[in-house]
Design a protein around this ligand. Structure first.
Ligand SMILES: Cc1cc2nc3c(=O)[nH]c(=O)nc-3n(C[C@H](O)[C@H](O)[C@H](O)COP(=O)(O)O)c2cc1C
Length: 357
């Protein structure tokens, strides 16, 4: 299998594990994916949620725990693969999380839920790969042009995320409900066309990874045949022993029915996809959750009008609270039948990937 060069690091397999907050992909999951030669990704969304003083001291807790989790992942990885972090543009302390990731020794920064216009300026000369998550060829073009013009830098790689992903989605609710959004394949082709023009003009290589509903090695193969370097996969890694959330959280993803995976309006200002928990049922009925405390953690979120606190809902989920938790899930999340080891998933993916060669 061909290795993939990202800046000065190497992936042995064409797999990035997608960042999952809060508390779903931390150092343990990321470290085990990296140990298999892929890129394990730690979500920076409230890495410190388990600290006793989290609601009083969340910023310090998040920064400290992010560095700890990167260290843990690197130790598990034992020098193989890459350890990245995922940081949402919507986070109020975006620049501080990026700095902490650099200080913690992360190999890559993947950034979405908005356009990461200032990412190159924040990383400066640090030796770290940077990548935007895009959901259209247009965003890919805007980012490449702006990064080159303002910072003389291009992305080290790009993640293209389609509408089947879990978590926040870069599409309007109307597009998703009516099914009028572009397919991942269509978006991927558009992004690749944009990327090729920058590659030719500046004589560089910008590997592109497809994400959102990629589940098998055959899926990965389909995209690499179209010109992708590989795929980013998230939901499937929830049902692993190594996933960092509680066992009660992971068990909720086993034997789910397709109709139990639904769309919600998130306080990030984007639609999201999640399991139909009692909490989500309440949101779908139009009920407003009581917000008793606020960290002012997301730029687009106004606690006076927000229907719920996403930090509370996601931390409750990670602890396994089905009643009050928000369990993000990709549209293929109904396919998991048991909890397995990361190594088993990677072996299966690579076997299937090889079948298609
Ligand atoms: C539980 C969960 C949490 C997620 N959290 C984040 C996040 O914090 N930031 C982000 O950019 N993407 C997040 N995502 C999106 C994933 O990183 C990934 O790109 C996407 O889910 C890929 O599709 P798949 O789940 O079908 O493999 C999340 C997805 C899930 C399922």
């Amino acid at each position: 299998m061909q290795t993939i060069q990202l800046r000065n690091k190497t992936l042995e397999i064409p797999v990035i594990q997608g960042g999952m907050g809060v508390g779903v992909s931390l150092g343990n999951l990321a470290g085990h994916v990296a140990q298999c030669g892929g890129m394990g990704v730690i979500s920076t969304a409230h890495t410190g949620y388990r600290c006793d003083d989290f609601w009083q001291n969340f910023l310090e807790d998040n920064l400290k725990e992010l560095k700890n989790e990167i260290g843990k992942a690197k130790e598990i990885a034992g020098g193989r693969g890459m350890v990245g972090i995922n940081v949402m543009v919507a986070l109020r302390y975006y620049d501080k999380m990026v700095q902490a990731a650099i200080e913690g020794g992360a190999d890559a920064i993947i950034s979405g839920a908005g356009i990461p216009m200032e990412l190159p300026a924040i990383v400066g000369d640090a030796d770290i790969a940077i990548a935007p998550i895009v959901s259209s060829g247009k965003s890919a073009r805007v980012i490449c042009q702006a990064w080159k013009k303002r910072h003389d830098r291009l992305p080290d790689f790009i993640v293209v995320e389609g509408s089947k992903a879990g978590g926040h989605l870069g599409f309007t609710m109307e597009e998703l409900i009516t099914g009028r959004e572009q397919s991942l394949e269509e978006i991927f082709r558009d992004v690749l066309e944009v990327v090729r023009t920058f590659e030719e003009k500046y004589q560089v290589k910008i590997p592109v990874f497809a994400a959102g509903g990629v589940y098998t090695g055959h899926d990965i193969r389909r995209f690499t045949d179209m010109g992708a370097a590989g795929a980013q996969i998230a939901t499937r890694f929830i049902a692993t022993h190594e996933c960092d959330a509680s066992m009660a959280y992971k068990e909720r993803y086993i034997n789910v029915k397709p109709e139990d995976i639904v769309l919600i309006k998130s306080t990030v200002g984007m639609p999201g996809r999640a399991l139909r928990s009692p909490f989500v049922e309440r949101l779908l009925r139009g009920e407003k959750e009581k917000i008793s405390r606020c960290l002012v953690c997301l730029r687009p979120c106004d606690p006076k009008v927000a229907e719920f606190c996403i930090t509370t809902a996601l931390t409750e989920a990670a602890r396994g609270n089905w009643e009050d938790g928000l369990f993000f899930c990709g549209s293929n999340g109904y396919r998991m039948k048991k909890i397995v080891h990361v190594r088993e998933i990677i072996d299966e993916l690579m076997r299937e990937y090889g079948d298609g060669m």
